[in-house]
Design a protein around this ligand. Structure first.
Ligand code: PLP
Length: 452
């Protein structure tokens, strides 16, 4: 089927859509062994329906972003109203637009203290690239031209462009794509459950010692910034000890190294606060956000920048721009999305329903041999799966577990490197939380150490 006739395209029947997809769409990360396609057609709250009318419970919030849930007519109206006024104009040079200005003003009010400046993007990866370039350029403008190194962590995920993709700490994202960006060093992630990384020592102590040693080896005057997700998402919703970020910040500050927090997943309520920086009590120099800013209704990202960096960059302008910087329609939808988060008190709800869901899952999964740990902050939950709870050896192929939960129970969860991750809408109902926990129990209680 290679027709380009729109009328003909609209006539593709439900039963043919999967075939046409297989013929024409390149999917990110599609397993080479699957021919299956799940073709979604409708969403409401945390419920999705595919083109055959099968119902699913979305426990992933789209891709970790549907803060207000699917199917909000209010957001469709916001987009339509703005498109009738001004769908798009550039924000390059001296041009701006009312919606981008209003949103930047609101974000500056929500963000931690000195992060009063906003650089808009279309998504997370673009935001990470902007943040890394800002960090290097800030030092360059100040005459610190050797400060090029970026510190990141193993098991981090910072998107798929070459800068963030290099900072990402999984071989999968590097293999076959090299050479990657030079001058990037990876550190041990703060992952208390992984005792193989820390032995009997305190997790934060080990990480801080390694950070200090790495800075000494590379030379503080050669390092631009450290980047990290406050809670590591793709790794498995890895929650660091409370003292990790404050102590990292102290070391970086002492050496003049900038701290970039990648809050692409955590920002805008998912952890029960607007930003995870507030949860951990840190004041980064740059925060990268995307996803939840529009709940995914339109692509948008916002890099929040501290006064001192904006001042350096402002002296001669920041020589980097994306066509969709400050897209007025995306910004209008973001405003309407933040209005819903405010009006429906979704920050406190994330904590309330997130605690309920975590406890419910922990109770249902108690005593199941392949379940190592259930953890979470707000509506970011990770389940560590192991083939042996004593050695904490990761269970092979957690993807098979996620597939079974979807196919057998219609509940969509996602596999991580070493288990399962959940990030439902902040509006999830208690009975929906119960259904998620029950579906996980039914599949995991019959899963053996081989992962089948
Ligand atoms: N950073 C983090 C922590 C993410 O989880 C993601 C995407 O999941 C990204 C960056 C990249 O964002 P995007 O996929 O919008 O480019």
């Amino acid at each position: 089927m290679t027709t380009t006739d729109n009328a003909a395209k609209a006539r593709i029947s439900a039963s043919e859509l999967a075939d046409v997809d297989r013929a024409h769409i390149i999917h990110p990360y599609l397993s080479a062994t699957t021919t299956e396609r799940v073709v979604m057609a409708k969403g409401q709250g945390s419920t999705l329906w595919d083109v055959d009318g099968r119902e699913y419970l979305d426990a992933t919030g789209g891709l970790w972003l549907a803060q207000v849930g699917h199917g909000r007519a209010e957001l469709a109206e916001a987009a339509a109203t703005q498109m009738r006024q001004l769908e798009y104009f550039t924000s390059f040079w001296e041009f701006s637009n009312n919606r981008a200005i209003e949103l930047a003003d609101r974000l500056a009010g929500l963000a931690p203290d000195n992060l009063n400046h906003v650089y808009f993007t279309s998504g997370g990866s673009e935001g990470i690239e902007a943040a890394l370039k800002m960090a290097r350029h800030h030092h360059y403008r100040r005459g610190d031209t050797d400060r090029t190194w970026i510190l990141a962590r193993h098991r981090a995920y910072h998107g798929v462009a070459y800068g963030g993709g290099t900072a990402t700490g999984f071989p999968l994202y590097h293999d076959g794509f090299g050479p990657m960006l030079p001058d990037v060093a990876h550190l041990t992630p703060p992952w208390p459950y992984r005792t193989d990384l820390f032995g009997d020592e305190d997790c934060t102590d080990v990480c801080i010692r390694e950070l200090e040693n790495t800075i000494a080896e590379i030379g503080a005057d050669n390092i631009a910034a450290m980047i990290g997700e406050p809670i590591m998402g793709v790794a498995g919703m890895v929650v660091p000890p409370d003292d990790y970020w404050p102590r990292v910040q102290e070391v970086l500050h002492r050496h003049g190294i900038l701290l970039i927090l990648d809050e692409v997943v955590t920002a805008y309520g998912r952890v029960g606060q607007w930003f995870a920086a507030d949860h951990f009590g840190v004041r980064p120099d740059i925060i990268v956000t995307a996803k939840g800013i529009t709940s995914g209704y339109l692509p948008l990202g916002a890099v929040l920048v501290d006064d001192h960096i904006a001042e350096t960059l402002g002296q001669q302008g920041f020589p980097m721009g994306y066509t969709y910087n400050g897209h007025p329609t995306s910004c209008a939808v973001a405003q309407a999305n933040l209005d819903i988060i405010d009006r429906e008190h979704l920050l406190s709800r994330a904590t309330e329903i997130g605690t309920y869901l975590t406890e419910k899952i922990a109770t249902e999964l108690k005593g199941i041999p392949v379940v190592g740990e259930v953890r979470g902050v707000g509506m970011m939950l990770g389940i560590e799966l192991v083939s042996d709870t004593a050695t904490r050896t990761p269970l092979p192929n957690p993807g098979a577990v996620a597939d079974a939960v979807r196919r057998e129970h219609g509940v969509i969860v996602r596999d991580s490197a070493q288990g399962l991750v959940l990030s439902p809408a902040l509006t999830l109902g208690h009975n929906e939380a119960d259904r998620i926990a029950a579906a996980l129990r039914r599949v995991l209680e019959r899963t053996d150490a081989s992962g089948t």
